[in-house]
Ligand binder design. Structure first.
Ligand code: DGJ
Length: 744
């Protein structure tokens, strides 16, 4: 059993390698005791030890050592003596913001069914137990349920809070975070994934220091700017060793991820919906549940943390149907044609795609309304017969006739002022009456908190799926919300819009994926601007970045892999010069980077020279031959692009028998230092063939494979040397095969 309750007041949650302990405080609130490597036999008297402090508010005059301001807690409030930022805050009908939830009962539930109305983790009874602790505030007449789902085999605990109003009056929820965790010291570095368009999820870190440090999004989208994730690692932690806590939120809207170091060197980690611009009117008889937060701990460095996240998401978050379904190699026409395409061009692209082994053609932006650039037609999801005279149905038939699957781009949440939809429903665009509307990419956002808007988009997309027999949908989202206001909500509920909007997005995803379970969804937001665990619950893959440059992708894919598995990362081979950087890299380099994800092609292959087409065909065949490894294997990062000129990573099958490693060198180096590629996670006592050469696992991990320099200067002086050959932007691949014991 993963959940134990001792003395009716000590709760012990155990995963295979971690323990999470909390207790009931004398006030009835929940105190926190421990999270970290698994403890054999907790000494509760020690874990509950507490210092007397001068000048502190205390819980009662006869308990001078008990101040909420320095007790570790599970879901702290503000106003009773704890001056750190709380997990939640309410405003009572009389204007008071004080609350106090005391323990009443708890229950343990085996298994967690997959419920699709809102993204949430799930699992069979043998993989997850959930402890639900019920607390009440009799004055506010509120019930609080704190749930802790223990996914033992993947060392993950998932937390969520639910508020219920059992009284007669409406109570305002001003803050309702998903988790709060008080750690006993602050000797950590905070790691975050931050960036901007075309450079999403770059890894940044800084030491924790006294006070508040946070990353957040106020954009009503998880955003390219900051990802809903943070990690705390002991100084000296690297990819293979060291203690690290990872936190990730299953939510796609505004979030706050914060670490607060207090005056006694304890660290409070909080994660949830950003309280800025959030509010909820909890009316009598209703409940509000926060999104879920994922907590994990590993002693095995960042790879250990990532393996936990990856295994958890694969087994307990992604849509189960797609987890083991091989994802098709696709061609997307965006960088091949942008808006300038017609049926003939697409069919020519499709024919060539089929000839090189591609399996799915995705028609991107511009197939509907009168959209020939980014100024019009969002919302008019009817085919443009000027471009596609046989309609979506005709094009779908033609593409399917070539032996390809067919996919289509939508941006369901958006509206152009120049559209028939806007003419019919100007009130559907989010705006504040009598105020100017702020354009972004010439478009505005539909009010997805309104059921009729979600219904209209469902009908339009559903009709296109049926008409074109779609196999795939790319769901894009290319602007953030400004002038956040709904004409459909009363004034007191306006701060609910951010949450209600995302709920509308989830509702549409839920309806579409239930109506068409065979359609593969890929989420996108100007590239990877909404790459989060909430989206992945419905759309098992996401477009990682609009930046398809192979060198830039090293940092982006490295950062993304901190949390998200390979099967979720769309990675395309695009044209050179690259459209985002103008950099020229070889096809081999571009493929070697795009192999580590779900492979696609995004260039006009009808114009590729024959030799490159042949190379592309071979590369795609090689990817397909290794597809289950590259989409489902265990990714281990080896050399960081943030540390220098080289990047390396490996992927191994779960059984450890075969794998592939890649080492990329960005710039050529004159007379370089010695380089060794150290693999990881192998069996030290087993023999392996690496590119045909025999090694023992211990040597591969401890000394590594010698990496000779790319460019032997003596050869350049030989007359046969190709003087145009450059050595920047190179990749080397290493196939790894464990040799069967019998043949060793
Ligand atoms: C942004 C996406 O990231 C691109 O891949 C492409 O779909 C464009 N939008 C189309 O407008």
């Amino acid at each position: 059993m993963t959940i134990h309750v001792t003395d009716d007041r000590h709760f012990e949650l155990s995963t295979d390698h971690t323990s999470y302990l909390f207790n009931i405080l004398p006030t009835g609130e929940l105190g926190h005791l421990y999270y970290g490597p698994r403890l054999r036999e907790p000494n509760y008297a020690n874990l509950e030890a507490n210092e007397f402090r001068m000048v502190m508010p205390v819980i009662a005059a006869d308990r001078p050592e008990m101040s909420l301001d320095h007790l570790k807690q599970e879901y702290p409030s503000y106003g009773h003596g704890d001056f750190r930022y709380p997990a939640y805050q309410i405003t009572a009908p009389n204007g008071a913001r004080i609350s106090e939830f005391a323990y009443v009962s708890h229950r343990i539930i085996a298994g967690k069914p997959r419920e699709t109305a809102f993204p949430a983790s799930f699992g069979e009874p043998e993989t997850v137990d959930t402890l639900v602790v019920t607390l009440v505030d009799p004055v506010a007449e509120l019930t609080l349920e704190l749930s802790f789902s223990v996914f033992a085999a993947v060392d993950v605990i998932v937390r969520r809070a639910t508020f219920r109003n059992s009284g007669q009056q409406t109570v305002a929820l001003d803050r309702a975070l998903s988790m709060s965790l008080d750690l006993p010291d602050s000797a950590y570095e905070l790691y975050q994934l931050s960036g901007a368009w075309a450079r999403e999820r770059h890894l940044y870190h800084r030491p924790l220091t006294r006070g508040v440090q946070a990353v957040s999004s106020t954009r009503n989208s998880s955003s390219a700017q900051h990802n809903p994730f943070l990690a705390l690692a002991r100084p000296g932690t690297d990819e293979q060793q060291g203690a690290v806590f990872g936190f990730s939120l299953i939510y796609s809207g505004s979030f706050l991820a914060q670490a607060e170091v207090d005056y006694y060197d304890t660290t409070r980690v909080t994660l949830g919906i950003d309280p800025f611009e959030f509010g909820w009117q909890l009316t009598p008889g209703t409940a509000f549940s926060t999104p879920e937060a994922i907590l994990t701990y590993s002693d095995d460095g960042f790879n250990g943390m990532s393996h936990n996240f990856h295994r958890f998401m694969t087994a307990h978050l992604l849509p189960p149907h797609w987890v083991h379904t091989p994802r098709p190699v696709l061609i997307n026409n965006w960088e091949a044609t942008y808006f300038d395409f017609d049926q003939a061009k697409l069919i020519a692209l499709g024919k060539q795609a089929k000839a090189v082994g591609i399996e799915l053609l995705v028609l991107d932006d511009g197939w509907f309304g009168v959209r020939n650039d980014a100024t019009t037609s969002l919302g008019d999801w009817q085919v443009n017969v000027q471009k596609l005279p046989d309609g979506l149905g005709g094009l779908g038939q033609a593409i399917h006739g070539l032996g390809l699957k067919f996919g289509l781009w939508f941006e369901p949440e958006m509206i152009s002022v120049q559209s028939r939809l806007y003419a019919a429903h100007p009130d559907w665009a989010i705006h504040v009456p009598d105020r100017r509307m702020t354009p972004s990419r010439n478009q505005f956002v539909l009010d997805f908190s309104r059921a009729e808007v979600v219904d209209a988009m469902f009908e339009a997309i559903d009709a296109a799926i049926v008409d074109a027999q779609l196999d795939y949908i790319k769901w894009d989202m290319n602007r953030h919300i400004t002038e956040l206001y709904s004409l459909a909500l009363p004034p007191a509920q306006q701060k609910e819009l951010g949450y209600r909007y995302i709920q509308g997005v989830y509702t549409l995803y839920d309806r579409l994926t239930r109506a068409h379970p065979e359609v593969l969804f890929e989420s996108c937001a100007s590239g990877g601007g909404r790459f989060d665990a909430g989206m992945l619950f419905y759309a098992p893959q996401a477009w990682t970045s609009d930046d398809t440059d192979a060198v830039e992708r090293l940092k982006i894919q490295w950062g993304t892999s901190m949390v998200y598995p390979l099967s979720t990362m769309g990675a395309h081979i695009s044209a050179v010069p690259n459209h985002q950087t103008r950099r020229i890299t070889s096809l081999a380099m571009r493929a070697a980077v795009a192999f580590f994800g779900v492979l696609g092609v995004e260039l006009d292959i009808t114009r590729l020279p024959e030799a490159e087409l042949d190379e592309l065909r071979d590369l795609i065949a090689a990817y397909k031959a290794q597809r289950s490894l590259l989409q489902q294997g265990v990714l281990t990062r080896l050399e960081s692009p943030y540390d220098g000129n080289a990047t390396a990573w490996q992927v191994m099958r779960a059984d450890g028998r075969t794998g592939l490693a890649a080492r990329y060198q960005v710039m050529a180096e004159p007379n370089p230092d010695d380089h060794w590629l150290r693999l990881a996670g192998l069996d030290p006592a087993a023999a392996y063939l690496v590119n045909g050469q025999r090694f023992m696992g211990d040597e591969l991990m401890h000394q590594g494979i010698f990496i000779p320099q790319l460019f032997d200067i003596r050869k350049a002086r030989e007359p046969s040397f190709d003087q145009t050959h450059a050595f920047d932007f190179t990749a080397r691949l290493f196939t790894i095969t464990r040799i069967e014991e019998a043949s060793v």
